[in-house]
Design a protein around this ligand. Sequence first.
Ligand SMILES: NC(=O)c1ccc[n+]([C@@H]2O[C@H](COP(=O)([O-])OP(=O)(O)OC[C@H]3O[C@@H](n4cnc5c(N)ncnc54)[C@H](OP(=O)(O)O)[C@@H]3O)[C@@H](O)[C@H]2O)c1
Length: 161
Amino acid sequence: MSSQRNLQGKVAVITGASRGIGLAIARALAGEGCNLLITGRDRKALQAAGKAAAKAARTRPDTPAAQILVHAADVRDPKSVKELFAAIKRRFGRLDILINNAGISHAMAEVERLPLDAWREVIETDLTGMFVVTQAALPLMRRAMSKPHAPLPIRRETARH
Ligand SMILES: NC(=O)c1ccc[n+]([C@@H]2O[C@H](COP(=O)([O-])OP(=O)(O)OC[C@H]3O[C@@H](n4cnc5c(N)ncnc54)[C@H](OP(=O)(O)O)[C@@H]3O)[C@@H](O)[C@H]2O)c1
């Protein structure tokens, strides 16, 4: 089945892309020619994920290699998220796709035994983090909607990690 290549040249942010589901999505989108900024807190893991996504970006000779940018950020921290989107604005100037994937889960426990701190950590990451990231993303996404075919700034490298 041939791919529609609808993602080629788009710009996507994937939170929690240093491993697991987020990294799998990053590889899939990169293989479709979608430019990416991938994020998570662990810089070393992110660098390795960036290399994996860049490799996936080079697998199709008929598709221009996507640009892959890695930037460490904590979705719970508005300042960190603000810096993340400033990096996207500098590099790509717009954002087409946001994948709010970063998340944690607490250990399996009965409600009576679950520490309140563990509950708060999950809420802070999975709910507040998603809110903070979405709020920061919207201005760039609105810009992409108003100029859907605007070219990306020209870079010397086609893939970077
Ligand atoms: N796997 C499942 O069965 C399952 C089921 C239901 C829902 N989910 C949800 O699906 C998503 C992905 O699951 P997964 O299994 O791939 O999880 P995972 O392997 O644990 O990966 C989670 C990702 O989120 C990042 N992350 C965690 N806290 C963060 C924070 N405060 N700021 C920025 N990044 C953060 C992690 O990187 P760092 O730790 O380096 O920050 C990592 O890249 C999660 O939201 C998870 O809750 C998964």
